[in-house]
Design a binder for this molecule. Structure first.
Ligand SMILES: *Cc1c(COP(=O)(O)O)cnc(C)c1O
Length: 404
């Protein structure tokens, strides 16, 4: 069989299960209202939770950074790609996490995917057992596959189950690996309980805070601030393409761990450093995150979450036959679990026809039978925007019920 026939057969199989994915083209950059494939849509799908990507101060800082530093960094960090702008970013982050991680230091990466691959493969050597949460992000799953460590999966939020696994482990080094906020459910991991287990069983806790950074905590420092955690066993991965509104990622941890990553993390050593202009702009983003604008947008997010959840709950009650449900989320990620793949794509298409972009999420991103609309809120949405979404959903629900 030729490769092309082989791939065509696979593509046809995806299509038959309503699992085909496709790109949409943004024609301007003004989320949460954005022109997509030529039509203005109200977006409920961005992870730019504070709306910083559209903030004038960020664009100006990028332009200033480009004037100061030019385009790309030109080399990997250990060759010549590491700039004063990169260092200012990791110094700031080390300062942010010093209250949570004794002897904190930070190291930068181009993306969160890379940071996760780096930290899990560098630390997960043959003497190590990785305890990986069931609903971890794909990048953590791939990282665990690449690592030389033994990998043991534990059930979602199952602290008691993990406790048993840790108690019977004979590995020299034990690494617990978890998302802090689960990206497709929006719920929080029981991070304090996981840290207590780490302390009890001499394990270390890698927390992927992609959806907590900027969003959780009074000053937006994420889940460690939210839970007031303090331990040298905390290894924090933060990403900077979501609430920080730019791009990149970092690991903040005890200085010895960060020193080791610099020596051993292949994704750090063999990859070109991020453009310094982005790092320069990240400093502006950090100031916004911890300043009054960040505080106000986080407060707005909390209010919008309550409004959306109340509205969705009422909708579910009005249409019990559809069998829709919510997750236990206290974050801007508020999924509406619909069930079937075709059903969720119909719903997403109905919303799009009404001028709203809310993507349907299907397997393998989520478990079979739990396809969902992944609604995400942004600190620049208004109460009227949420009402518009709820009204369109009510109409779509009534239509689906009639068709069922
Ligand atoms: C988005 C995401 C990542 C990857 O971060 P990028 O910077 O987009 O590569 C890692 N972990 C989680 C939980 C994410 O949601």
């Amino acid at each position: 069989m030729s490769l092309l026939d082989h791939l065509s057969a696979k593509l046809n199989a995806l299509s038959a299960q309503s699992l085909t994915r496709s790109l949409r083209r943004a024609d301007d950059g003004t989320a949460p209202r954005q022109r997509i494939n030529g039509r203005e849509l109200l977006m409920f799908c961005s992870n730019d939770y504070l709306g910083l990507a559209a903030e004038g101060a960020i664009a100006e800082a990028m332009a200033e950074g480009a004037r100061l530093w030019g385009g790309g960094s030109g080399a990997s960090p250990l060759v010549s790609g590491h700039s004063a702008a990169h260092e200012a970013v990791t110094d700031t982050l080390a300062r942010w996490y010093a209250p949570h991680i004794p002897h904190a230091r930070a190291i930068g990466f181009c993306t969160g995917y890379m940071a996760n691959l780096a930290v899990v493969t560098a630390l997960g050597d043959e003497h190590t057992e990785i305890f990986s949460e069931q609903l971890n992000h794909a990048s953590l799953i791939d990282a665990a596959r690449l690592a030389k460590a033994k990998v043991t999966r534990y059930d979602h939020a199952d602290v008691a189950g993990l406790r048993e696994l840790l108690a019977t482990s004979t590995a020299r080094v034990k690494l617990i690996v978890t998302d802090a906020v689960f990206s497709m459910d929006g719920d929080l991991a029981p991070v304090p309980a996981l840290l207590a287990l780490a302390e009890e069983f001499d394990a270390w806790l890698i927390v992927d805070d992609a959806h907590g950074f900027g969003v959780l905590g009074e000053r937006g420092r994420g889940s460690l601030e939210h839970f007031s955690l303090h331990s040298e066993r905390l290894i924090l991965v933060g990403t900077l393409g979501k609430a920080a509104g730019l791009a990149g990622a970092f690991v903040a941890a005890h200085a010895t761990i960060v020193d080791y990553l610099l020596q051993a993390a292949r994704n750090f050593i063999f990859s070109t450093a991020s453009p310094p202009a982005i790092e320069h702009a990240l400093l502006a983003s950090f100031a916004l995150i911890e300043g009054p604008l960040g505080v106000a947008r986080r407060a707005n997010l909390v209010a919008l979450q309550a409004q959306l959840r109340d509205g969705l709950m009422a909708l579910i009650t009005r249409h019990p036959r559809l069998g829709w449900s919510l997750t236990d989320s206290a974050t801007p990620i508020q999924p509406l679990i619909v069930g079937g793949n075709a059903e969720v794509m119909r719903l997403s298409a109905a919303l799009e026809a009404a001028g709203l972009r809310v993507p349907g999420i299907r397997p393998p991103t989520v478990a079979a039978g739990t396809a969902r609309l992944r609604i995400t809120l942004c600190g620049t949405h208004t109460a009227a925007d949420v009402d518009e979404l709820l009204t369109a959903l009510e109409r779509a629900a009534a239509d689906q019920e009639r068709a069922a």
